[in-house]
Design a protein around this ligand. Structure first.
Ligand SMILES: Nc1ncnc2c1ncn2[C@@H]1O[C@H](COP(=O)(O)OP(=O)(O)OP(=O)(O)O)[C@@H](O)[C@H]1O
Length: 258
């Protein structure tokens, strides 16, 4: 089976008026179908730049991006992107917000609307379909944003710190819900997070980046016993604390060198 994401020698420099700044250099990364990988690393190591490149929002200065076997050519409905802010339209009902992506891609019909309602139900939001964003909590709104992203059925989901603005308890619940939903649908995911325990709890691999310029420093596979548990319980599994410390130490060494 073809990998979902292939980055081959990807380098990106942002061009300023007087100089160019090298954000990421010579990245090589393959993400297989159904994998959930996390990108972690210090501020400025290029996590968001990498997601923007995979999303087709940013053309890398050098190197090749291949999505589902095809060279990347701008944003595509195959790739969903979810951010820290929910960006719901306050004047639209929850259902109308949730179907926005379908509407914009010309895919809204009775069948896709029914599937969106099912997704809202899966996320515990069916009775909120006719409510408005202002009537929902932050965690609920983030779930609506997730439904909106999943409604177009992207094979690849990019998540840029989607849980970081939420209370700890809500964050843990959402990690479970998202991870279970993606597993069931076979969706491939790339998550950017500052929370190392979240990265280990939800991923099959944690990719540690270093900065100046952004590069992959080390890839940590997450042991099966941790991966098999729902994120809430993954943290209690044997090997979790050891892996956390191993990645933490490597991060500290990277920090000292940059
Ligand atoms: N639009 C831009 N113009 C110029 N430089 C940029 C731009 N966006 C990012 N950079 C630079 O590129 C590098 C990588 O930034 P990026 O935002 O990808 O890092 P990050 O790991 O996501 O950071 P953080 O964890 O703080 O969100 C940084 O040095 C940043 O200053």
């Amino acid at each position: 089976m073809l990998p979902v994401v292939q980055l081959k020698g990807v380098t990106h420099a942002y061009l300023g008026d007087l100089e160019a700044s090298l954000a990421v250099e010579d990245l090589n990364l393959t993400v297989e179908k159904g994998e959930f990988v996390s990108l972690v690393g210090p501020s400025g190591c290029g996590k968001t730049t990498i997601l923007s490149i995979i999303a087709g929002l940013l053309q890398p200065s050098r190197g090749e991006v291949v999505i589902n076997g095809r060279p990347m050519n701008g944003p595509s409905p195959e790739v969903g992107y979810m951010l820290q802010q929910d960006y719901l339209f306050p004047w639209r009902s929850i259902l109308d917000n949730a179907v926005l992506g379908l509407e914009l891609t010309g895919c809204l019909n009775d069948d896709t609307k029914k599937k969106t309602l099912e997704l809202l139900q899966d996320m515990g939001l069916k009775d909120k379909a006719q409510a408005y964003p202002a009537q929902l909590s932050g965690g609920m709104r983030q779930r609506v944003a997730l439904v909106r992203t999943l409604a177009t059925d992207p094979g690849l989901l990019l998540l840029d710190e989607p849980f970081s603005a939420l209370d700890y308890q809500i964050k843990l619940q959402l990690e479970d819900l998202v991870s279970e939903t993606l597993r069931r649908r076979g969706t491939t995911a790339v998550l950017v997070t500052h929370d190392l325990s979240e990265a280990i709890a939800v991923s099959s691999r944690v990719i540690l980046l270093q900065r100046n310029p952004g590069k992959i420093r080390k890839v940590f596979p997450v042991p099966e016993v941790i991966r098999a548990a729902p994120p809430l319980y993954a943290r209690d599994q044997a090997g979790f604390a050891e892996l956390f410390h191993e990645i933490w130490q490597e991060m500290e060494s990277a920090g000292r060198e940059s």
